[in-house]
Write a protein that binds this ligand. Structure first.
Ligand code: MRU
Length: 347
């Protein structure tokens, strides 16, 4: 699947498959303005770190078109402000800021070109980011295929698949890579409360691809591992700090602790754009705190008594010491991560 993020240059609009409605309904949300894109990111019409980064590129093109149409007096100041709003739409996945910074650098380097030319260049850059992301995910899949043995069962948390990227996926890219290498692979998808990315999105994607998938409640993980039902864990990442500490969907840390307890290898699969050397360790990663309603309600039904507060931290940080390897487009990085991450980024 590579058409869930689709930019129409002629109409200057971004069409996003609405991930909130899957697997029941396949409906598209059309974004024409910066506000539309920020809303789509915050409501998680589109989600997953690399997908957010690619969306940011198209959002930056729409924002420029809007600023230029609006005839703002100081269009440069207006555009700089628009890019800042876009980068701040969600705090944890570093790919969002990475995508915006890539556009900002292009803008700064473009010098004194006409505004229509600038818009054309930014659109080209966003399209290039989308194509690159698919190629990078395929490279992650090829590099990571070796961590999954023939006949093995992989447990994954959240959705780090085609939907969470421009296509193919990171953690699911590794699974797809193993399948394409001729291995028989089974997948356990944690359901991933409260947004249910595992049950709704990972299961949907894998079923469409004919890859055997079983959904399990998040709290079944210890039982499944204790029964020998999991051979390897592969998850995605929203931000990897310089020392290898990794933010990913809430619940990932618990899975990593259990994997350590049961001697199961725990891999993170992510593009280099998810590595943030400016953040020394996990304590510096901002954790998104989402609306309480996502926990209070399930399928439109209230599941908590009125007035009871809830925690809805969207991510947690898995310490580097629990991570067996980080699978990137440059190969599988091993501890000590301070060294291997820096080397991969400078290469
Ligand atoms: O809140 P989400 O759905 O955007 O969180 C997504 C995840 O945590 C993914 O595992 C991560 O972004 C990696 S996606 C390839």
């Amino acid at each position: 699947m590579e058409d869930h993020i689709c930019f129409d240059r002629d109409r200057c609009e971004l069409r996003l498959l609405d991930q909130r409605l899957l697997p029941v309904e396949e409906r598209t949300v059309v974004c024409r303005t910066l506000d539309d894109v920020v809303r789509a990111l915050q409501l998680m019409v589109v989600r997953g770190a690399p997908a957010i980064g690619v969306t940011a590129g198209f959002g930056a093109a729409l924002a420029l078109a809007e600023v230029l149409d609006g005839g703002a007096g100081d269009w440069r100041a207006a555009y700089a402000h628009a890019l800042e709003r876009l980068a701040a739409a969600r705090p944890t996945a570093v790919n969002l800021r990475w995508g915006v910074e890539r556009i900002r650098r292009l803008w700064q380097a473009a010098g004194d070109i006409s505004r229509p030319d600038l818009l054309a260049r930014i659109t080209e850059e966003a399209l290039a980011m989308q194509a690159e992301d698919i190629a990078v995910c395929r490279a992650i899949g090829r590099a990571g295929a070796e961590v999954v043995g023939d006949g093995q069962t992989v447990l994954t948390h959240c959705n780090a698949g085609a939907l969470a990227t421009a296509g193919y996926g990171t953690a699911l890219g590794v699974i797809r890579g193993a399948c394409e290498a001729g291995k028989r692979v089974r997948v356990i998808a944690d359901e991933t409360r409260p947004f249910l990315q595992g049950a709704r999105l990972t299961a949907w994607e894998l079923q469409r691809d004919g890859i055997e998938v079983t959904v399990a409640c998040d709290n079944a993980c210890a039982l499944l591992m204790s029964r020998g039902m999991v051979d390897v864990v592969v998850v995605g990442a929203d931000r990897i700090a310089a020392n290898g500490d990794t933010a990913n969907k809430i619940g990932t840390y618990g899975v990593a602790l259990l994997a350590r307890e049961f001697g199961i290898p725990f891999y993170v699969a992510a593009p280099l754009s998810t590595i943030d050397l400016a953040t020394a360790d996990g304590t510096g990663i901002p954790i998104e705190d989402r609306p309480a309603e996502e926990v209070r309600c399930l399928g439109g039904r209230q599941v908590c008594p009125e007035g009871v507060p809830v925690y809805n931290f969207a991510f947690d940080v898995t310490p580097a010491a629990l991570i067996t390897g980080i699978i990137t487009e440059k190969g599988i990085l091993k501890p000590p991560y301070a060294k291997s991450l820096a080397a991969a980024l400078s290469a």
